[in-house]
Design a binder for this molecule. Sequence first.
Ligand code: ADP
Ligand code: MG
Length: 332
Amino acid sequence: MGEFDLIARYFKRLTPQAALGVGDDCALVQPKPGTQLAISCDMLVQGRHFFANTDPRKLGHKALAVNLSDLAACGAKPLAFTLALALPEVDEPWLAAFSQGMFELADAHGCELIGGDTTAGPLNICITVFGEVSVVNGQSQALLRSGARPGDDLYVSGTVGDARLALDVLLGKLAVPDEVLKVARARLETPDPRVTLGLALRGVATSAIDVSDGLLGDLGHILEHSGVGATVQADVAIQSIATYASNTRTTGQFFINFSTNQWRALALAGGDDYELLFTAPPAQRAAVEAAALNNQTSVRRIGQIDAEPGLRVVDAQGQKLPTNYKSFDHFA
Ligand code: ADP
Ligand code: MG
């Protein structure tokens, strides 16, 4: 099978929204009047971002999910994406499963594959997404990292630390019962980008970022861009995964014997969760709760934004904890 047959077979589909999809030198997208295009690109490299034997269907899902998560963090509505793919060989079952996983998620978000590039080489997947952001009275509605203000509440959606827990188990660093690994592994391999939550937070949140490298590290980006500081309640941040362990404890089935500090490290430094970390003024608490409720997502208030620069992490008694929970950095 040649390059063009491969593209036609696995990646060319009808694109009713785009003006022109796969096939020509360029795709054409017509932005709606009064909108901006939000554009983001993420690359997944074998051995770096995923194991060589990763289920291709899950890989197709994740490659698109991490990009949709960036649109979510900006409050952008997914429109279209391109796929640049380097493949060591033409493996048809692999391609069929990969494209299936990718298109299932794309269809769920109304996001069309409009073009890309295909080459031979070590497995590498690079997706660029295009989303739509409304402009109201000349003002972009995009959620940015730069809008956090002193006094704002700090929230995180869903749970954090699960993907890292799964990774550490797969790497042999931690051991957990199979039932726990199953749940955590789904978070690692098929993350659910918080697109509808991001859209619902427009006009409510003052800043947002998606948690890809670790909660404290990603929070650091908001603090830097906004010129503010923050105080994080460590044990509120870990509550969900800790609760999840203790819930299972009450069923008497198993018990995860991690120290509080291990739970804190998972929640505060673990990456790959693709939850939204965002800020909103206290006057918007009801609106934040409503946005979460309407989008089948939970949110937790895990701290607040301070005028005093720097990051403070405290326990349930307000005692200061170390803040050196390291986020992931490819070149550190
Ligand atoms: P060009 O040489 O002009 O860059 P190509 O021959 O690489 O174009 O690609 C032919 C068409 O197939 C283009 O429309 C391109 O966007 C599309 N395409 C190539 N690879 C992919 C892919 N992996 N997924 C979707 N579309 C692709
Ligand atoms: Mg060309």
